[in-house]
Design a binder for this molecule. Sequence first.
Ligand SMILES: Cc1cc2nc3c(=O)[nH]c(=O)nc-3n(C[C@H](O)[C@H](O)[C@H](O)COP(=O)(O)O)c2cc1C
Length: 189
Amino acid sequence: MNTQVKVITLAIITMLISYADAEAQMSSTNNKILVTYFSHSGNTREIALQIKEATGADVFEIVPVHPYPTNYDSVVEQAKRELKADYRPELKTAISYMASYDVILVGSPCWWSTIAPPVMTFLSSHDFSGKTIVPFITHEGSGLGKSVQDVKRLAPGATLLEGQAFRGHAVKDARNDVLKWLREIKLLK
Ligand SMILES: Cc1cc2nc3c(=O)[nH]c(=O)nc-3n(C[C@H](O)[C@H](O)[C@H](O)COP(=O)(O)O)c2cc1C
């Protein structure tokens, strides 16, 4: 091998090692993680996918049997009615494999200062005893509101880690905040 080839080979090997290091840094801790979310207009989905990208977590979308209206005023009115009635909309699927997970991140848009009704159905129809739940919310001003309180009420057997709120209109720029938060709660090294 001439010197130039050796230098190039060495540079490639160094690059591959540092890439592998970065990958290892990004990989999650040993907990088996599931990210579940409901999203009406895509913001919460975006955060869920950023969490998946960072941790390698599995993803489960919470989908109501009857989709909410796309018209803003209509969905706001329907959500108000459902929350007032403590209504639990039926979901398309349930998780039968919850036992495989230690940590479940639960994402919801903030609706009337709390989690959306499909997320309430999801929480109240699964057994989270012995699991760790991490709520995350996208919102336009209310922050976590009373969502953590409601998650606690609907999943009484779970241990709750600190929840995090993200501005709905800025989710595309939230990557660093997502990583910082995941490190703080020790889901990322
Ligand atoms: C029915 C409804 C109620 C909402 N209520 C609130 C609220 O109380 N506080 C708030 O900050 N944002 C509220 N928002 C804004 C959403 O929380 C925000 O746009 C969120 O990022 C949407 O997430 P998604 O795209 O995943 O559905 C509401 C939106 C809808 C549709």
